[in-house]
Design a protein around this ligand. Structure first.
Ligand SMILES: CC(C)(COP(=O)(O)OP(=O)(O)OC[C@H]1O[C@@H](n2cnc3c(N)ncnc32)[C@H](O)[C@@H]1OP(=O)(O)O)[C@@H](O)C(=O)NCCC(=O)NCCS
Length: 152
């Protein structure tokens, strides 16, 4: 079933396809690690029929925590979203790939850059960058207080 076309008008689909053709086939980042793949479902849509930005932010928060967790023995908390850019809409049925790299290791915090690429429905194998973000996580102790990062 084409959930993409069922969620949008014919005009919207044509406009989106045209916009996509200018941005498809970007190279995946060689300096980042693939940390998450996920496919958004109709329940994740906003009123436009695109995927709700808050859903994308939640996935980025999860994906971004993967690399910092290797440096932390115990709990972590997200302390800051330093930057978040929705470059292109995300649609139902897109295969989303989340790539991440560590950009800063502090005393108690780690900052990562996360980039999200979509393979559109019926255009699998071709990638479009939809989102990029910078997120900072803090290692915390059992009382929720910052604690030193012990692994390097
Ligand atoms: C995370 C938390 C424990 C940090 O406590 P805090 O008293 O602010 O800690 P500090 O001021 O000592 O800062 C701790 C680290 O966070 C960094 N930090 C704090 N505020 C920051 C900000 N706005 N942007 C980037 N980094 C920040 C500091 O630079 C420090 O890093 P470093 O030790 O590597 O230099 C506390 O803010 C907290 O519990 N926040 C809520 C977390 C949460 O619920 N997250 C989920 C949100 S839905």
């Amino acid at each position: 079933m084409s959930s993409e076309s069922s969620a949008q008008t014919g005009n919207t689909v044509r406009a989106s396809a045209s916009a996509d053709s200018q941005t498809l086939d970007v190279q995946l980042p060689a300096d980042k690690e693939l940390v998450l793949k996920v496919i958004p479902m109709p329940a994740d849509c906003n009123a436009n029929g695109d995927i709700f930005g808050g859903w994308v932010m939640a996935q980025v928060d999860l994906a971004g925590s993967v690399l910092p967790s290797r440096y932390v023995d115990g709990r972590m908390a997200t302390v800051a979203v330093n930057q978040f850019i929705f470059k292109q809409p995300v649609r139902v049925g897109d295969i989303l790939s989340f790539f991440s790299s560590v950009t800063r290791i502090g005393n108690t915090s780690i900052t990562v850059q996360v980039e999200v690429y979509a393979e559109r429905f019926r255009a699998q194998g071709r990638y479009i960058k939809v989102t990029e973000a910078s997120v900072t996580y803090v290692a915390i102790d059992d009382f929720g207080k910052p604690q030193k990062i012990i692994k390097n």
